[in-house]
Ligand binder design. Structure first.
Ligand code: GLC
Length: 716
């Protein structure tokens, strides 16, 4: 059925049938985390929703476990996001699902945030490129993508109550661009409201951000769903522009409830305050009907919601699906999907430091040390968890390549926290080694043995990790457990030492001067072990660049004061305004440990002189880049805009363009990056977007701090 027929279809529905489409229900076969029931009388099938941004969290099933979203962003290659989106959509369809609850695109504002791994960057421009590419990829396979969590969901602490006090300028320059790109560039079919409040109003009830900005100004013509149990009211939300209340039913009726241990009565569970009151549900059912019948909500408002849902279904050819059949197709766990998971892990790997140690020599005797190095760091905890069909661990990867490789845990394993721990269900995807290794078994956990292994090897590879999950933020940025002690001990004993960080965000590296090389591999998904070996042995160039700033210490960031994070009296003050991440470090002229955009290659690149060409409103900067190294490599040419005499306080530089290029030794390429007029604008709360006549400097470089050339332009 085409979208043209939808208005007449809406007119044919009873109020009951309309309201059925506005809130979730229990999926009879329990296969979906979200389910909007069908209306068989008029041929409308169910909407079946599945998480998540890093692969399909199929209830009771498996799927390809891609690297974390932050690893994808670290590739600075949005084409990979498009390919990953299309692959996940194929796997969603193979699981009979037609809505993918991703990508997550919130800004990495707070380094402690437990969900940073599910997001892209501290920078709005980089986030927007990946948001649009991922949505485009997902929807290219006729699955509805969901831009989440709209908006300013930048911490997990108190996420259901906290109100972000944020200026309109910061919203428009920092927190909204990724969502706007998902709408304007990729025509996203769904948006999920965040749990939190913005300036005192719950996002599900936020008329300004939902109706006025998202729908009217940005032109979003899909449907807005709430996060799970994140709907604040019936009338307020209905009027504000929420279209679908999810999951729409109390926990007791949820598939999760079916997974509780027999003796647990779901209605008696008292959820921790990291979770909403999950006993609520059906706000858009009976209460909304009563509101319509009482005239508090016009039926025309209901009709518009139903129109949005059915037009989106028609757009994705769901209205031609037999309502009693799950639309299938798609494919699972194909060689292409496995290869893509490996490629993203490689291209997202950031070589933070390398003092002549990497790549490794095939003949080198290796010691691999780390409390969880014999387990794959698939992802973080929570709704994004994926159960893969296959996986490789760092120990697997190195044993495959090294002529001699000894593994020692060194210190007790690190637990892997999960949102699902709160439910007591077996919704956990993976048991962590901490749950499987009996740390009382002294043979397996011995610092002396690790030191001895390091001492006896040509090179020690120390694999360490953090522990982040949805619904919790980290207390500090230190590596958990005794991992810092382990790194110091083995680095001291080893001839050469390489540290592999498996983190979802910035961490403190107190031993950074004591080790020869550091790789950040993030949560690298199912192909972790093979990707790590490929980079360590130089089969592939570590293609990543940091999507956020690594400060030396937690208090280097603008969110150190408690009122800024985690907030006081249920409020959190975004007082730093637009000075988030490197924008803050640059304004303060503070030295980060590793700057935004940083990452070494095995090659080395020489930049020539930049040239600027104008074409109407477009400014193109072209710079010759040559690989003067001995190995092929990937370079990410970044262009930052600096306003030489800003009329308002502006960040000293802002990323507004980048281009990725691969060069063989001695190969030279002219790399061009084009900026549109928006690249020079700032937001004024009275005048809107302003591009006033001024002189700008374009900074061309390979990170926010490693600038290779500068060129001036005047904007009329
Ligand atoms: C969770 C998450 C959201 C997820 C949804 C369904 O609470 O915030 O990202 O898609 O609920 O699992």
């Amino acid at each position: 059925m085409t979208q043209k027929r939808v208005p007449s279809l809406v007119a044919s529905l009873s109020l009951d049938e309309k309201l059925r489409l506005l809130h979730g229900a229990t999926n009879p076969d329990g296969s979906s985390v979200g389910y909007v029931p069908p209306v068989p009388r008029v041929g409308v099938p169910a909407l079946r929703m599945v998480d998540g941004p890093m692969g399909i969290r199929a209830i009771g099933g498996s799927a390809t476990a891609f690297p974390a979203s932050v690893a994808l962003a670290a590739s600075w290659n949005p084409r990979l996001a498009r390919e990953q989106g299309a692959s996940m959509a194929r796997e969603a369809r193979a699981h009979g699902q037609n809505v993918l609850l991703g990508p997550g695109m919130n800004i990495i504002r707070v380094p402690h945030c437990g969900r940073n791994f599910e997001y892209y960057s501290e920078d709005p421009y980089l986030s927007a490129r990946f948001a649009a590419a991922s949505v485009d990829g997902i929807q290219s396979e006729d699955v509805i993508a969901t831009a989440k969590h709209y908006v300013a969901n930048n911490q997990e602490t108190n996420r259901y109550r906290v109100s972000a006090a944020v200026t309109e300028r910061a919203l428009r320059e920092i927190y909204l661009p990724a969502f706007r790109a998902a709408v304007e560039e990729a025509d996203v079919g769904a948006v999920m409201t965040a749990y939190n409040r913005v300036n005192g109003t719950h996002m599900s009830d936020h008329r300004t951000l939902l109706r006025d900005m998202l729908k009217d100004e940005f032109g979003f013509d899909g449907f807005v769903m709430s996060d799970w149990w994140g709907t604040e009211s019936s009338v307020g939300a209905a009027r504000a522009g929420l279209d679908v209340e999810m999951p729409g039913i109390p926990f007791e009726e949820r598939v999760l409830a079916e997974r509780l241990p027999e003796e647990v009565d779901p209605s008696t569970i008292d959820f921790p305050d990291t979770l909403p009151d999950m006993h609520e549900g059906g706000l858009f059912g009976e209460p909304l009907r009563e509101a319509v019948e009482a005239g508090a909500v016009d039926e025309a408002v209901i009709d518009e919601k139903v129109r949005r849902i059915l037009e989106t279904m028609a757009r994705f050819e769901l209205l031609d699906t037999d309502p009693d059949e799950e639309r299938r197709g798609g494919e699972l766990d194909t060689p292409e999907h496995r290869q893509l998971a490996r490629r993203i892990a490689i291209e997202g790997t950031v070589l933070l430091k390398n003092e002549g140690v990497l790549p490794l020599d095939e003949t080198a005797a290796i010691a691999i040390v780390g409390p969880n190095a014999d387990a794959t760091k698939l992802g973080g905890g929570g709704s994004s968890e994926v159960t893969p069909f296959r996986r490789t661990t760092p120990v697997d990867g190195l044993r495959e390549r090294a002529t001699e490789c000894r593994f020692e845990r060194g210190v007790p394993p690190i637990t892997e926290s999960s949102l699902f721990d709160a439910f007591g269900t077996e919704d956990r995807v993976d048991e962590s080694p901490a749950d499987t290794v009996d740390t009382a078994d002294a043979d397996d956990v011995s610092l002396d043995a690790a030191v001895e292994a390091a001492d006896g090897a040509d090179c020690v590879v120390v694999v360490v990790q953090d522990d982040t999950t949805e619904s919790e933020d980290r207390d500090d940025l230190r590596l958990p457990g005794q991992q810092d002690e382990l790194v110091r001990a083995v680095a001291d004993a080893a001839e050469r030492s390489v540290v592999v960080l498996r983190t979802g965000g910035p961490v403190e590296l107190p031993w950074i001067d004591d080790v020869d090389a550091v790789l950040e591999t993030w949560y690298a998904g199912q192909a972790e072990g093979e990707a790590l070996a490929a980079v360590l042995y130089g089969d592939a160039d570590p293609g990543g660049r940091l999507p956020f700033t690594f400060g030396r210490r937690a208090d280097d960031y603008p969110t150190t004061a408690p009122e800024r994070f985690p907030g006081t009296n249920d409020g959190v003050d975004y007082a730093e305004g637009v000075f988030v991440g490197y924008r803050y470090f640059d304004r303060e002229d503070a030295a980060p440990l590793f700057p935004f955009g940083h990452g070494h290659s095995y090659a080395s690149f020489e930049y020539g002189e930049s040239a600027v060409e104008r074409d109407g409103d477009e400014v193109t900067v072209t710079v010759p880049v040559r690989n003067v190294g001995t190995r092929p490599g990937k370079e990410v040419v970044q262009v930052y805009v600096h306003d030489e005499d800003p009329p308002v306080p502006r960040p000293p530089r802002e990323l507004k363009g980048f281009e990725t290029v691969r060069l063989d030794p001695e190969e030279r390429r002219r790399v061009s990056v084009t900026l549109d007029r928006d690249a020079f604008a700032y937001y004024d709360e009275d005048e809107g977007w302003v591009v006033s006549e001024r002189r700008f400097t374009l900074l061309v470089g390979r990170s926010a701090r490693e600038i290779r050339d500068r060129v001036s332009v005047t904007i009329e």
